[in-house]
Structures are given as C-alpha cells and as structure tokens.
Write a protein that binds this ligand. Sequence first.
Ligand code: 4NP
Length: 161
Amino acid sequence: MKVLFVCLGNICRSPLAEGLFREMLRREGLEGRVEVDSAGTSDYHVGEPPHPGVRRLARQYGFSLDGKRARQLTAQDLARYDLIVAMDRSNLDEILTLSPEARGKAHLLMDFAKAPEKDVHDPYYTGDFEWTYRQVEAGCRGLLQHVKGRLGVVPPPASPS
Ligand code: 4NP
C-alpha cells in the first residue's frame, strides 16, 4: 500500500506527517507493508530539507527526516499512490484540479482524527509547530487504524480471563 502526504511547500506539515507516520508504522512492525512519501503542490522549496521547526520536532519526538528533500506533486503521483492525504482544503482542491480522478482516494488528514477542525494549521506563518504536531499526531493515529483495516491487520483476540 502506498500513502502520499501533501501540503503546499513540502517543508513543514507533510514531511512532519511522513516522518511521524513512518515511525508509527515501524512501531507496529508494518513499515515493510506501506510505502510513505510526501510532496508539495508548489515548487517554492523544491530540493530543500524540512523546516528547522519540523527538524526540532523530529528530534524531540523521536522520528527521522533524514534525507528528506522537498519535491513537487505530479499527476503521476496521484495515479501511483493508493491514498493521498492532504493537510488542508486548499491542498485538496489543488490535488483534484491536477487529477479529478483522484477524488476517491484523496482525503484530508483531519478526516481521520476525531476532531472538529478540517485543516492542519500551517506553522510556516505562525511558528507554532507544537499546535501542528498535535493535529498531525491525532490525524496519523486515525490514519494508522484506517490503514491497518485496509491491510487486514486485526487486533489480537482478548486473552481469556
Ligand atoms: P507547508 O508550509 O505547506 O506546511 O510546507 C509552507 C511552506 C512554505 C510556504 C507556505 C507554507 N511558502 O509560502 O513558502
């Protein structure tokens, strides 16, 4: 299964989601079963490493962003990935403009969280990386359950009492 996270610049929100989700999969022993990547709808930061604020979160919360460089989303990505996860509604609009056929597999990250907000806050403009982290963490936890369901990974039966 292939999961692609998408934001505007691919230096803040989507690399954070990529690194955190890959770490969640690793902890479940599922990293070999799910390919994870991220891309931006713009070319503003192509080739750059994640924002220093996101690199600080990675150190603080124990996940890796080694080697990640920003890249721009392509129509081929939207054909190739099974699940496209947008950080906000404007990212989702861009995705559907690039490829209307992606509608069935493109979702907002926050749709996987039990939270009323729709959009992941963009820390590029405010510097509030902790707020973004909390949202992305909640979204990725819900996404993990969804992916486990699609992979047919079921929880072990309750032990007899
Ligand atoms: P991201 O944040 O989409 O979460 O990577 C942004 C990064 C760069 C810009 C805007 C948002 N920018 O305008 O350069």
